[in-house]
Design a protein around this ligand. Structure first.
Ligand code: SF4
Ligand code: SF4
Length: 114
């Protein structure tokens, strides 16, 4: 008896197979979209901090712990510990949003040294 074909990984698929797969994918409304267009893997394992060219650094002498930076960080990489915000540099991409949103200008953009 013939064994059923094992499904191939995307990287093993021929260009024709990829095209056929793409044609089968039809998104008609937002709820048809996958959870993530980039990766379904947990971002906990994708340490994207290496992309950063600007390093946001909090000046705790100015910071009043209003947590606006925490609210606006699109990567949820600002953590609150003992009532203070801390940036997780393994995940921060240096998008500058926290720097722009901090009402006290307590976050400085420093050049990232590689
Ligand atoms: S927005 Fe600025 S002042 Fe507010 S918690 Fe963040 S760093 Fe501190
Ligand atoms: S620079 Fe962007 S990713 Fe990094 S902590 Fe600020 S808001 Fe979050």
């Amino acid at each position: 008896m013939k064994k059923p074909a094992r499904s191939k990984k995307a990287s093993e698929a021929s260009p024709e197979q990829s095209q056929r797969a793409i044609k089968r994918i039809k998104f008609k409304k937002a709820s048809d979209l996958p959870l993530s267009a980039i990766s379904l893997a947990n971002t906990r394992y994708n340490k994207t901090g290496e992309w950063r060219s600007i390093r946001p650094v909090i000046d705790y002498n100015k910071c009043t712990s209003c947590m606006i930076c925490w609210k606006f960080c699109p990567d949820a990489c600002i953590k609150i510990t003992d009532g203070k915000p801390y940036i997780e540099y393994d995940y921060c991409k240096g998008c500058n949003i926290c720097i722009e949103e901090c009402p006290l200008k307590a976050i400085e953009a420093k050049e990232e040294k590689k």
